[in-house]
Design a protein around this ligand. Structure first.
Ligand code: AMP
Ligand code: MG
Length: 342
């Protein structure tokens, strides 16, 4: 009856085999944040040394996952229960959360509420991401009741505390992977023995440096129906890409398709036919992650309006895959077109 499919990876990097004699390519992988993380680096150091360094990154990401999970006993889990969190309890996590909240409030305002960190009660009601349960279509009246506990305006923040009013609870599912990618890249770049590489968190990718053969990084975008690569583009030092898709977590019920990205105004998954949107911008996987989710909620037309009034200093390349009956149609903007060239 219900059927859930989880793509562990929306995108995958296609690397040429070409590499210089001294530089080796090392690949590391770990399950984190309900997806698979890949760290791929080029280095002249022996594998053991690089592995030790990457293990240190995994430890940091493990700890962040715990602290930022809405349901664990870490900082976010406690904030969701106790509704207040003081900076002095954990200044480091306070900084991370306050940056998320400030940034999300701004994007929420600019997108007329499409992006909303307080969707957690909806995620729970629909039973997404629950270990012992499968997603369900809730009763309409329960969705309406739960919607009363959703709204970015109920998050209060100042220099020393975060307060959740009106019983809201936070879900960082749309932002945390991008943040984790930025954090991992920052640590990798501080090691002078690592010349270049990329981090991939289930389709949230950021690259750094240049491949040893000097060619650009090449990334494939997944066809939501076949799972094969439908589009390949080039990425350059610092570029980040994120894809949000309606096929990442979904179920079917009485012939209808329901997925995990919600319209915070209705409490239902968005239904305007955008199967996926991919976003590329430089130096900020966290923002790329936020925008991909926001754009999936907005749909193509409103995304193009959003972009026309968004930060003019940011070059944002966009690729849309739209559902039309059983067909998929793709489209992109001019900045994306430039990246199709090698
Ligand atoms: P992503 O895979 O980055 O697009 O994020 C999807 C996840 O973000 C979902 O699984 C939810 O946990 C959460 N989410 C769903 N709808 C929204 C929304 N409208 N705004 C912010 N986060 C959302
Ligand atoms: Mg996202």
């Amino acid at each position: 009856m219900t059927h859930v499919t989880k793509w562990s990876c929306l995108l995958f990097i296609l690397l040429s085999q070409c590499q210089s004699n001294e530089t080796s390519r090392y690949v590391f992988q770990k399950d984190l944040m309900y997806t698979v993380f890949d760290i791929v680096v080029f280095s002249k150091s022996p594998k053991g040394e690089v592995e030790k360094y990457v293990n240190n990154i995994w430890d940091i990401l493990d700890s962040l996952e715990f602290e930022l999970s809405p349901a664990e006993k870490g900082v976010l889990g406690r904030l969701n229960q106790e509704k207040i969190f003081f900076k002095q309890e954990n200044p480091q996590i306070f900084m991370i959360l306050s940056n998320f909240i400030t940034r999300s409030k701004s994007i929420s305002q600019q997108s007329q509420g499409a992006f909303d960190l307080t969707v957690y009660p909806l995620v729970r009601l629909w039973k997404f991401y629950q270990q012992d349960d499968s997603p369900i279509l809730p009763a309409h009246k329960d969705i309406l009741t739960t919607l009363k506990k959703v709204g970015m305006e109920y998050i209060y923040i100042d220099h020393e505390k975060i307060v959740l009013n009106n019983n809201v609870q936070l879900d960082l599912g749309a932002i945390a992977k991008g943040f984790a990618v930025d954090r991992a890249i920052q640590i990798l770049q501080s090691n002078t023995n690592i010349s270049s590489g990329f981090v991939n968190a289930g389709g949230n990718i950021r690259v750094f440096g240049t491949k040893p053969d000097g060619t650009p990084w090449r990334v494939g975008i997944r066809n939501p129906n076949s799972g094969k690569s439908t589009e390949i583009i080039s990425l350059y030092d610092g570029d980040a890409i994120a894809t949000s898709g309606d096929y990442e977590q979904y179920f079917e019920w009485e012939g209808k398709y329901y997925h995990h990205i919600f319209n915070p105004k209705t409490g239902y998954p968005v239904t305007h036919g955008l199967a996926s949107v991919s976003v590329v911008l430089k130096g900020d996987a966290e923002l790329t992650d936020i925008l991909a989710t926001t754009f999936l909620v907005l749909g193509k037309e409103k995304t193009l309006e959003f972009i026309s009034s968004f930060d003019k200093n940011k070059d944002i390349a966009l690729f849309f895959i739209t559902r039309s009956n059983t067909n998929l149609l793709s489209s992109h903007n001019s900045l994306w077109e430039q990246r199709r060239k090698i």
